[in-house]
Design a protein around this ligand. Structure first.
Ligand code: CP
Length: 326
């Protein structure tokens, strides 16, 4: 295996070149083949990764735990609320001490804008092992790498000219982080895609992510536009990725945020909307999805949906990230 990424933190996809992203994906494809064919691939024998969660998870926790086991190592789960971090232990101490016990530190800290990315970069500043972002307030680079892998499996490596609709959708369950749409617009604009972002006025993404997306278009071609309705975004799309996210200034005020979101209950991905897309378009969602709110069962369980392939690719991509960096 190539070793150019060994020791590097994996915090945002913008920290990596397109060639490095390609290497992660080529390695993920190789690991997927080996996993499916029962070929051993213990790239990290006896290595330990600490999996440090400030928030809940199904896919991320389990893909990392299963993935590190399959690579020959061990994943050690830490819940922030039952660690001394809950009593104020510093990111510096976490970085130094966990580095001395193992070989990698992965962190999910995604619910408070302005906190998670800064926290993990501070851990990384003091850690002498790689720090992996399992989702922060800015980016979800493990998810978007799996998303890119899924798009390439379906449409081929050359995604130039493919239209992706990244749309807000209504969800009453909780104020979901902004990191998935931000990760999508900053990554997919690097490959010549036509990215249309749709959201109601209150749901603007962070300025820095919007700026990066615009700069990517200038450098790489493609298109980036923002519209205020799902219909325009879905028109002639190859890929639709409708999901909910919260309002940047209201993550501390969930009741107020929920009231605002109720104005937009009609932002649901249904079969009528899917008719606007290309015939062979795909429906994606990072999951969990609020069924009946973000998307109808007919769409998420229907012929356009690739959500289970996408979720499966979380395993292969996180193994690639660990295998190449740790
Ligand atoms: N998509 C995703 O990150 O899923 P989890 O929140 O279940 O980890």
């Amino acid at each position: 295996m190539e070793n150019i990424l060994r020791g590097k933190d994996y915090i945002e996809t913008i920290d990596f070149t397109n060639e490095e992203i390609d290497l992660f994906l080529e390695t993920a494809a190789d690991l997927k083949y080996k996993f499916k064919n029962g070929i051993p691939h213990k790239l990290l024998p006896d290595k330990t990764i600490f999996l440090f969660f400030f928030d809940k998870s199904t896919r991320t926790r389990n893909s990392f735990e299963a993935g590190i086991t399959q690579l020959g190592g061990h994943g050690h789960f830490i819940e922030a609320s039952t660690s001394q971090v809950a009593h104020g232990e510093s990111p510096k101490d976490m970085g130094i001490i966990l580095s001395s016990y193992g070989h990698g530190i992965a962190i999910r800290h995604d619910l408070v804008p302005g906190e998670g990315n800064a926290y993990m970069r501070e851990v990384a500043r003091h850690a002498d092992v790689p720090v992996i972002n399992m989702q922060c307030d800015v980016d979800h680079p493990c998810q978007t790498l799996a998303d890119l892998m899924t798009m390439r499996e379906i449409f081929g490596k050359d995604l130039r000219g493919r239209k992706i609709a990244v749309s807000w959708a209504y969800a009453p369950s909780y104020a979901k982080p902004m990191s998935v749409p931000q990760g999508l617009i900053t990554l997919m604009t690097r490959f010549g895609m036509e990215v249309t972002l749709a959201h109601p006025p209150e749901y603007k993404l962070m300025d820095k992510s919007l700026e990066i997306a615009r700069q990517n278009i200038e450098k790489n071609g493609g298109k980036f536009e923002i519209v205020d309705n799902m219909q325009d975004a879905f028109e002639n799309a190859d890929i639709v990725y409708p999901k909910s996210w919260g309002i940047e200034s209201l993550f501390h005020k969930p009741e107020e945020a929920l009231e605002i979101s109720k104005k937009y209950k009609n932002w649901i991905c249904d079969e009528e909307l899917m008719k606007l897309t290309k015939k062979d378009s795909i429906y994606m969602h990072c999951l969990p999805a609020d069924r009946g709110h973000e998307v109808t069962d007919a769409v998420i369980d229907g012929p356009h949906s690739v959500v289970y392939q996408e979720a499966e690719n979380r395993l292969h991509t996180c193994k690639s990230i660990m295998g190449l960096t740790m």
